[in-house]
Design a protein around this ligand. Structure first.
Ligand code: PLP
Length: 398
């Protein structure tokens, strides 16, 4: 038997965290890491945040799970808070981002079905998109590395270059249900859409009765400096998928929709055994308690500006390695210059300098700290990055 007990779909990694303290992780041998990966933009409040921890502990002792066979005062309360603070009129809770995207796709198709236009089942999505790993969500990207060997995939998706409005509009035909798009691509390489692009998609949807579906699984929940990223684009979606930061580390996702867009999602059309259970709702509630405190999103914007400036100042000192900084708020990326490889540089910074980052597409290193970082974490990150840049040797091409 040579297969590992854990299905070997991830590479081996010598960082094996056993404890977390704020913006730091502690490994098996007691070594410390500055965590600017935050569980891939999940640990919005860092590790061991007292309010989140206590809410989960108290709820676990009170009532953990009952299924959706019964009424949910906990779910109603959290859904109402999300509705009160967003474009949405209604929320479906899931356990992950991919499930939130699945619900968003189903809601969009079902809307047109409810209108007597079941032929409008195609969503236009975008190159380099990442929407999750279920069969539906891998069908919604054209990235070969996600799809290869899993065919046949779900039909009903068309792919346009990201941030190219004309190309997206060109793909519209009588079967188009709408667009599915990340306002800021995460996995694809921290690419923020231009305002003209998202506003153009919104306008096309309004004119043609189509739906704008946003995937804010990574860029939502404070990451870019507002509750949701769309707020900074002067538009509102019809449907939105959320996850990652929404539970601060507790597995939770949500599909948000307007009343109109959700009109097909009637009794019996969708469901989940765990979705929205009392324990998950307690975690989601604790996150909102902290995020909706006055000044939280402003703190993210301030720290985002400082981190970005500090990174930009560092670039000229290592201009053979670093190309440029991109992103919004605390969803930042550093584009590397060849022959450096982002995945390789991330491993180097992790193993030799105690700094945790995440690789992304387009040779970008993602910088995704907890949203509660302070100035000292910014300085420490930049110092470790400079050291890592100085000691880094790119892999040889052969
Ligand atoms: C992470 C991510 C997903 C998938 O979320 P999971 O919780 O891993 O299923 C979907 N869309 C985007 C934009 C993501 O970043």
């Amino acid at each position: 038997m040579s297969i590992t007990a854990l299905m070997p779909v991830y590479p081996r990694c010598d960082v094996r965290p056993v404890r977390g303290e704020g913006c730091y992780l502690i490994g098996e041998r007691g070594e410390r890491y500055l965590d600017f990966a935050a569980g891939i933009a999940v640990n919005a409040l860092g590790h061991g945040h007292p309010h989140l921890t206590k809410a989960i502990q108290d709820q676990a002792a009170t009532l953990m799970h009952v299924s959706n066979l019964y009424g949910s005062p906990q779910g109603e309360a959290l859904a109402q808070r999300i509705v009160d603070n967003s474009f949405a009129d209604t929320v479906f809770f899931t356990n992950s981002g991919a499930e939130a995207v699945e619900c968003a796709i189903k809601t969009a198709r079902r809307y047109h079905y409810a209108n007597g236009e079941a032929h409008k089942h195609d969503l236009i999505t975008f190159h380099n998109a990442f929407h999750g790993r279920t069969m539906g969500s891998i069908s919604a990207t054209n990235q070969p590395k996600m799809r290869e060997g899993f065919e046949p995939l779900a039909p009903g998706f068309k792919y346009a270059p990201f941030d190219d409005l004309d190309a997206a509009l060109e793909l519209i035909d009588d079967n188009t249900a709408g667009f599915l798009v990340e306002p800021v691509q995460g996995e694809g390489g921290i690419r923020a859409a231009s305002p003209e692009f998202l506003q153009g998609l919104r306008k096309a949807c309004d004119e043609k009765g189509m739906l704008l579906v946003l995937d804010e699984v990574q860029c939502g929940y404070g990451r870019t400096g507002s509750y949701f990223a769309y707020e900074q684009y002067g538009i509102e979606p019809d449907i939105l998928a959320s996850a990652k930061g929404i539970g601060g580390g507790f597995p939770l996702g949500a599909c948000l929709a307007t009343e109109e867009a959700a009109k097909g999602m009637v009794f019996g059309t969708h469901g989940s055994t765990y979705g929205g259970n009392p324990l998950a709702m307690a975690a989601g509630g604790a996150i909102l308690d902290v995020m909706l405190e006055p000044g939280f999103f402003e703190h993210v914007r301030t720290m985002g500006d400082r981190l970005r400036n500090a990174l930009e100042q560092m670039i000229p000192n290592h201009d053979g390695l670093f190309d440029s900084v991109r992103g919004m708020g605390l969803m930042l990326g550093i584009k590397l210059k060849e022959p450096a490889v982002s995945r390789d540089f991330v491993a180097h910074a992790r193993d030799n300098h105690g700094l945790l980052l995440v690789a992304a597409g387009e040779n970008v290193v993602r910088v995704l700290p907890p949203l509660v970082i302070e100035d000292n974490h910014v300085s420490e990150c930049v110092q470790k990055l400079s050291e890592a840049a100085r000691s880094y040797t790119p892999p040889s091409g052969d």
